[in-house]
Design a protein around this ligand. Structure first.
Ligand code: BEZ
Length: 212
């Protein structure tokens, strides 16, 4: 099944390194980053999982839970976790789903057989507290993901959900943002953006980030 932005993220129950996970219940009112890995004991995956663990505070600040998945079985995951912790010098602080029956991989279309037979490629799903898919990314097995980019998109989603703004190219938290073109009422603009704005074009209006 192809998942599109705005779709409800499919629910599932699957074993993990932290016990069985009933996905929607486990997610609760948090945002979730669900990300897949081709296989256990592989070098790029090992660095990705270690790096994600190091971002624990960054995830917590944004009310985000991380959840990894690979098609290897639980006993393999458990041995791999020990390796990740030793080689990446970090304690793993989020679960890895064991998906040997490929239940999650199939639900989320994580296996792209023309790229990598029978294994998940590197997909990322950002899921909001309403369980809606808000971001999908697909990376090849040979390229480790940029987890700062994932955090940046979550910052943008959380900001733009609250304010009538969008974030421009290469935006970083604290930079100027754009006022959505649909907002044209001068009184509402003045109320929402008391620091003012500059109109480069009538459709391109930049304003300081409103939650700063
Ligand atoms: C890795 O995680 O290092 C990896 C996994 C599958 C293919 C290539 C690299």
């Amino acid at each position: 099944m192809t998942l599109r932005l705005g779709d409800i993220a499919p629910d599932f129950t699957q074993e993990s390194t932290e016990g069985p996970i009933h996905f929607h219940q486990w997610a609760g009112s948090n945002w979730v980053v669900l990300f897949s890995h081709p296989a256990d004991f592989t070098p790029v995956c090992t660095t990705e999982l270690g790096y994600t663990a190091k971002l624990k505070d960054q995830f917590a600040r944004r009310n985000v839970k991380a959840l990894a998945v690979s098609v290897d079985p639980l006993d393999s995951h458990q041995r791999w976790v020990a390796d990740i912790e030793e080689t990446q010098d970090v304690k793993l602080n989020f679960p890895i789903l064991a998906d040997p029956d490929r239940k999650v991989a199939t639900l989320y279309d994580m296996i792209h057989p023309n790229a990598l037979a029978n294994l998940t490629v590197r997909t990322v799903f950002v899921i909001d507290p309403d369980k809606k898919v808000r971001l999908t990314l697909t990376y090849p097995a040979s390229t480790g993901r940029n987890f700062h980019e994932i955090l940046r998109v979550i910052d943008s989603l959380q900001l733009t959900d609250e304010h009538k703004v969008a974030t421009p190219a290469n935006w970083q938290d604290g930079d100027e943002v754009v006022i959505v073109p649909s907002l044209t009422d001068a009184d509402e603009i003045a109320r929402r953006f008391p620091k003012g704005y500059r109109a480069v074009r009538p459709y391109l209006r930049l304003t300081p980030q409103p939650n700063r």
